[in-house]
Design a protein around this ligand. Structure first.
Ligand code: NAD
Length: 349
């Protein structure tokens, strides 16, 4: 039986508890939280509940889940690995590359793994994008726009406080950066440009645009805003034979259009009245075009956790490696620097 402890019994702590319930050989045994009401929730769920880290790490645990606000991740991860547990940490792994390096050193010293919950690698929208790009369905890709927009404006609770690691770059940002990096694992990021703003949340970022240029010439743009009352697609991908978009965080709403295989060039009919006399920007003749269904994706909701269980048993390595997380955190730091200095930063990440 794999014994698991949970630090931070809030939204994500309980999300992981529900995932664990799918396995006969995994048992959540205890939780540590600094909020009385969350300790009661843990007891109600049948767990031992502790109000200090010291009491929690005295327990013999195979795996600890860290699901607290972000600034506690590094120190709790180190304490848990030193006490003999593997660690699955919520994203962002840490608040800085420096902290992450200390965590990685501890993992190497103790032989315990440290991995991060980057489960959005298994989301159906992302897998559909990967499949279309990797198969060359829309030709050579030039730009990938990955965007998440909300309507409620401000960040809430600890997410609005810099000392807890609040703000959207540490939140959605690390998922979207991870997805771009994992699309092209063999390519380097050669430059980073960013605009990171606090529009409605005073102390942390609630809007950002980050542009990553990859060594293969692809431009990855990630955009997050908490306040947008009109819709833009979740994904928009420009290829040199076609275009793909997905409207939402799922693979079913969107489309792919491309030039038919036997069409060599483009006609030069002058555009319709509505756009005035333009050839380049006029609509393409419909007979030149084909639309392609977005490829269906199987449900992979348990994929991340299946791998974690196999990794604890020593039967697999965690999907999310410390090298991958380190690249992601380097991009986060370069993005903050680029935004602050209003410069594009050359990188080899
Ligand atoms: N992977 C994902 O898709 C995803 C989604 C949401 C949140 N997250 C991450 O999960 C983590 C938790 O987010 P959440 O939405 O569950 O927050 P939450 O506020 O619902 O839960 C946080 C819990 O941590 C407890 N806590 C706070 N400080 C603590 C401390 N010093 N020691 C012990 N417990 C403490 C709180 O009492 C609370 O129960 C964050 O790192 C966040 O970025 C990841």
């Amino acid at each position: 039986m794999i014994k698991v402890g949970i630090i931070g019994f809030g939204y994500m702590g309980q999300f992981h508890l529900n995932k664990m319930k799918q396995f006969d050989d995994v048992k959540a045994v205890c939780a540590f939280d600094n909020d009385e009401s969350k300790l009661k929730d843990a007891k109600d769920a049948g767990l031992e509940a502790y109000d200090t880290l010291e009491k929690f790490i005295e327990q013999e645990l195979d795996l600890v889940i860290i699901a607290t606000p972000n600034q506690w991740h590094a120190q709790y991860a180190i304490a848990c690995m030193q006490s003999g547990s593997h660690v699955l940490c919520e994203k962002p792994a840490t608040m800085s590359v420096k902290e992450l390096d200390e965590v990685i050193a501890c993992s190497e010293e103790t032989g315990k793994f440290f991995t991060v919950h980057q489960q959005r690698r298994f989301d159906s929208d992302y897998r559909a994008i990967c499949e279309v790009i990797n198969k060359g369905t829309i030709g050579n890709v030039t730009t990938i726009e990955s965007r998440v927009l909300g309507e409620r404006g401000v960040c809430f609770g600890w997410r609005a406080e810099p000392e807890y690691g609040g703000g959207m770059l540490y939140d959605w940002g690390v998922h979207l950066i991870d997805q771009i990096l994992m699309l092209y694992p063999g390519e380097q990021v050669v430059s980073v440009n960013a605009r990171i703003l606090s529009i409605l949340t005073p102390k942390v970022d609630d809007f950002f645009e980050i542009t990553m240029m990859l060594s293969n010439g692809v431009c990855g743009k990630v955009i997050v805003g908490t306040f947008a009352l009109q819709k833009l697609p979740r994904w928009f991908v420009f290829g040199d034979r076609g275009t793909m978009k997905l409207d939402n965080l799922c693979s079913t709403e969107g489309g792919i259009a491309r030039i038919k295989g036997d069409v060599e060039g483009f006609d030069s009919v002058v555009g319709q009245k509505v756009i005035g006399p333009s050839r380049t920007m006029a609509p393409l003749k419909p007979e030149y075009l084909e639309t392609i269904a977005v490829p269906e994706q199987e449900n992979m909701d348990m994929e991340f956790w299946n791998n974690i269980v196999a990794a604890v048993k020593g039967e697999a390595v965690p999907y999310v490696t410390t090298e991958q997380i380190r690249r992601q955190m380097l991009i986060v730091e370069k993005a903050f620097e680029a935004s602050k200095t209003n410069q594009t930063i050359k990188t080899s990440i």
